[in-house]
Design a protein around this ligand. Sequence first.
Ligand code: FMN
Length: 129
Amino acid sequence: MAAALATGAVDVIARRACDATLADLTGADGYLFGTPETFGSLSGLLKDFFERTFYPAQGLLQGRPFALFVCAGNDGRGAVAAIQRIARGYGWREVQPALVLPSDAVESRLQECEELGTTMALGLAMGLF
Ligand SMILES: Cc1cc2nc3c(=O)[nH]c(=O)nc-3n(C[C@H](O)[C@H](O)[C@H](O)COP(=O)(O)O)c2cc1C
């Protein structure tokens, strides 16, 4: 899903959650966060990224736009809700509906990932987000 999103967008820096740092957050105009849903929530590695950056980011990233993409065996709502709650703590704005794909349908719906990447890139370039 992340690769398809990057195809659709421009000026993308893709990072695995375990490699991402505060500098990646401060250096980006907007964010696309992706995760599988596990145990009704976001992945441990993405949660770790938020735990590592949350306090250092306070006051630096207010109002930045983000969108979510989730792969799930069921409905993905737990992962989406958990990240939305975390994102409120950073002061971010969700600018597109979360894209949740069932894990057995990802291959056939990669176009939707590309479209989300394109929408994010265009929205940023045009100053809409
Ligand atoms: C430990 C574990 C917990 C999971 N928990 C959930 C869950 O709570 N809700 C859900 O929709 N899918 C859950 N899944 C399924 C994952 O979302 C799914 O494996 C992931 O999206 C990747 O899809 P794939 O296994 O077909 O590659 C879980 C998977 C694992 C390995």
